[in-house]
Design a protein around this ligand. Structure first.
Ligand code: AMP
Length: 117
């Protein structure tokens, strides 16, 4: 699909301030917001302003590196320990098709749920 003609994604609308969000970080290339339905005491979404629909669409090493470094920076502004998750594709649990990294944390020490539980 030609992105120039596609309807703006939910996150593009947040970036454009067309819908409200709790913004916790922003720079030229990225924005981070609180997830509207948090799955952890702290649940943030780190979103590149440049649209790609899913993580594996990003083929540029510098772009991929900047995305993860920004997620780590945002995580460390809020949390000492944390979990980073990316859902890739509908089968991977992705619901918003604008690449983003989930930053989760704030659990009591030792109470973070493991995978498969
Ligand atoms: P994913 O399933 O990886 O695509 O994640 C999409 C996330 O966006 C989910 O965790 C939703 O709770 C979150 N979300 C949906 N709408 C909003 C919104 N308006 N503001 C902030 N987060 C949202």
């Amino acid at each position: 699909m030609d992105n120039a003609q596609a309807a703006p994604t939910l996150f593009e609308r947040i970036i454009a301030r067309q819908i409200p969000a709790q913004i916790v970080y922003e720079d030229e290339g990225y924005i981070a917001v609180r997830d509207i339905a948090p799955k952890a005491p702290v649940h943030l979404l780190v979103i590149p302003k440049q649209l790609s629909t899913r993580l594996d669409e990003i083929g540029n090493e510098a772009q991929m590196g900047r995305l993860w470094l920004t997620a780590i920076k945002v995580a460390r502004l809020h949390l000492a320990d944390y979990r980073l998750i990316v859902n890739v594709g509908a089968g991977g649990g992705q619901e918003v098709f604008h690449t983003h990294i989930h930053v989760l944390g704030g659990w009591d020490e030792g109470s973070a749920v493991g995978f498969g539980q």
